[in-house]
Design a protein around this ligand. Structure first.
Ligand code: 2KA
Ligand code: SF4
Ligand code: MG
Length: 248
């Protein structure tokens, strides 16, 4: 089974070199590969083109639906690895959508990539609701786990499964990154932190926002909140640098 990737334009897979814009590796140069499809549906999702295809009526703030044929491209594991290797980086961030939905094919792709560029550091951006897959898990250096709070609009039993969260809480390669828009969202983070005994040093709060002004405004009060709770604050560096654009 090949990989189903997102596109920057019809037929063009979203594989690009950039700077990690969020979380524990912020500022590091890396290559990104964006996979299509997600098992959740966040109302403020900034990559709705990976899942909100015509006929999907789950609510989204923009109320836009996308043409699956234009937004998805199928690429073999080997060709995906070749395109990543051609960008010359030694770090890879696998994102989506929800990339763990395609874990078996991703495992084959990463194994192939390690043959082309040995020692590549592999990070996965995940919403944390999908169990890790053993073959892929063995090839991953870092998980950036972003559980979705109630303001995302997802049912809690899907987005905040206690067994899944318990797994990530005890996974030493996992960092937590919570998207926060309002102070009430932080209360949910604290509840999750306490339920799973997650050290604050492994938690990042990230302002929800798709433009610099919103991110900056929310970062002001979030900085104070992070001090109080000893959480980390993360920016969304790529939005300041490139705006809300694909392939950046
Ligand atoms: N530069 C950059 N950094 C990112 N970190 C996480 C991203 C994501 O979309 O998951 C992302 C992204 O789309 N671009
Ligand atoms: S989990 Fe991520 S990709 Fe999926 S809908 Fe939410 S923000 Fe979008
Ligand atoms: Mg993004």
């Amino acid at each position: 089974m090949p990989l189903i990737l997102a596109t920057t334009e019809p037929g063009e897979p979203e594989i690009f070199a950039s700077i990690q814009g969020e979380g524990a590796s912020i500022g590091r140069p890396c290559t990104f590969v964006r996979l299509s499809r997600c098992n959740l549906a966040c109302v403020w999702c900034d990559t709705a083109y990976t899942w909100r295809f015509a006929g999907d009526n789950r609510p989204h703030r923009d109320d836009e639906t996308f043409d699956r044929g234009e937004e998805q491209v199928t690429l073999s594991e080997e060709e995906t690895a070749r395109r990543i290797a051609a960008l010359g980086q030694h770090r890879l961030v696998i994102t989506g959508g929800e990339p763990l939905l395609q874990a078996p094919a991703l495992a084959r792709m990463v194994a192939h990539l390690q043959g082309l560029v040995p020692g590549t550091h592999v990070e996965i951006e995940t919403n944390g609701s999908v169990p890790p897959h053993p073959a892929l898990d063995a090839l991953v250096d870092q998980y950036n786990v972003s559980p979705k709070l109630s303001h995302s609009g997802n049912p809690a039993d899907l987005a905040l499964n206690p067994d899944r969260l318990a797994h990530w809480a005890t996974e030493p390669r996992a960092w937590f990154k919570f998207v926060v828009a309002e102070p009430a969202d932080v209360e949910e983070v604290v509840t999750i932190q306490q339920a799973h005994a997650i050290p604050g040093s492994r938690i990042f709060l990230m302002p929800e926002g798709r433009d610099s002004a919103t991110i900056r405004q929310r970062s002001h009060w979030l900085a104070q909140t992070c001090s109080e709770h000893e959480f980390n604050l993360t920016d969304r560096l790529h939005i300041h640098l490139f705006g809300d654009t694909r392939g950046t």
